[in-house]
Design a protein around this ligand. Sequence first.
Ligand code: GTP
Length: 597
Amino acid sequence: VPISNIRNFCIIAHIDHGKSTLADKLLQITGTVQKREMKEQFLDNMDLERERGITIKLQAARMRYILNNEPYCLNLIDTPGHVDFSYEVSRSLAACEGALLVVDASQGVEAQTLANVYLALENNLEIIPVLNKIDLPGAEPDRAAKEIEEIIGLDCSDAIHCSAKEGIGITEILNAIVTRIPPPKDTAGGPLRALIFDSYYDPYRGVIVYFRVVDGTVKKGDRIYFMASGKDYIADEIGVLSPYQLQVNELYAGEVGYLSASIRSVADARVGDTITHYGRKAESSLPGYAEATPMVFCGLFPVDADQFPELRDALEKLQLNDAALKFEPETSSAMGFGFRCGFLGLLHMEIVQERLEREYNLNLITTAPSVVYRVNCVDDEIVECSNPSLLPEPGKRRSIEEPYVKIEILTPKEYIGSLMELGQDRRGVFKEMNYITENRASIIYELPLAEMVGDFFDQLKSRSKGYASMEYSLIGYRESDLVKLDIQINGELVEPLSTIVHKDKAYSVGRALTQKLKELIPRQMFKVPIQACIGSKVIASESLSAIRKDVLSKCYGGDITRKKKLLKKQAEGKKRMKAIGKVDVPQEAFMAVLRLE
Ligand code: GTP
């Protein structure tokens, strides 16, 4: 089709508002995939994603659609739905001219929707509001439309009422994509510039790069050059996504497709990079490229020291497909050999941990996540510290800075009080509160990222009965009065339990943490003191009393199956334990600091 008949669009939605269901319906109605080919939801094709019901990786699909006897080519570019991946979202938006804004008509506008709409507006996209789930008895499309108008300032007079599930309003959406979203600009004559909006590692073909040609054309066999990574390759396969990969010879400005070029790692063809021709380089790369900066770090240690090489191999393999994952070896006298790993956020961290355990069969101990502190030392050196146990000694440091985030919470008004308490409790600085509608408010806080790592989101959800949503962005470093809190178990310093806390909270955290550890660490044959210290000063202390009785004595004389069951239960409980000196410490103890309330 001519470029004037191409439309590139994406779908913006809050989690669970129906993005994947709608995408699937669009693919079905345009005959792109048959119903029986669809494995539940086509666009979310990673197992983990389907299980968690979230979109992690972006994908794309090309659809054919005929309106008034004109054939159109509609490229849908999927976006991930989590704030950890907002950079990826911004790059896929940059590859489009328009966006469907899907809002669940029974829920209304949520924080995540807002953040992504702002990203779309920054990229000058034409936004088509879609009010989804109108089949639900609780749906109030008019109210949702009013919210969109009031909060976002977007005209909703021609918002589309739809039920992705029941297939209502799908044709209207397709027509709106054609009539309201502008076609790409025809810049096929210029030097090649293509924007990478996704890439993944295929063990047989190397990295598969998903891109949008912004200017120029790219042909099979071309020598291409990645402007950010500085690498060059021969494009040995080029194609479109239908949504299956379908080879073509050439792609022109405005088109969306994939290529493979024996690229060994996604780090060499990262999202946001610009592809140009090696022999005819574009003058400048496309705007918006950014390096991935890990925000949270944690230690990963194999329970069984023999698994260290396997853990390294697994991390290397995951990294081939995940340019944002960082890791380096870490040794601790308590834990042995492991890795310090950096992640974009907590969800990213959980995904990696889960994949390591599930796909690589590793049995790991994970230490509590930490943010990156910036320590100004007396010798004027600035030390970046992502591992509390490595914080420079008090005598060496002048001050410590920590990362702050700005968070925006959207909540029904009845939970405002309870959520503001949460913000206050987490060292938040209240910025503003506005009623966005009669019943809902937006609350803005600035608070230390460290206070958000952990159970902040769970707290937000439980204090608002699940109704509040939030969004955050990093706003920079600020100086805080921080101290390192160490934990000694049975007289031994357990480095992975060290944590950095605000001075005013040190005593209460110390007390709560020793109490929690006492609950979590199983009793031993001897008495075990558990102490929290700042430097050499003990600020809280508990002790675990000795156990002498044989665990089997309880069912002594009882039947053998019960005895076996008990032994098995114990063996399972043992799996996730790390022997620290003479004491077995379970996985939960390493995370205890995150759940002190
Ligand atoms: P993420 O992938 O996490 O971003 O979620 P999503 O926005 O893709 O939502 P998804 O399509 O997975 O839908 C979430 C839930 O809402 C699923 O249980 C869907 O079956 C349901 N759902 C989606 N559209 C409709 C609809 O029109 N009506 C009703 N009743 N349910 C819907």
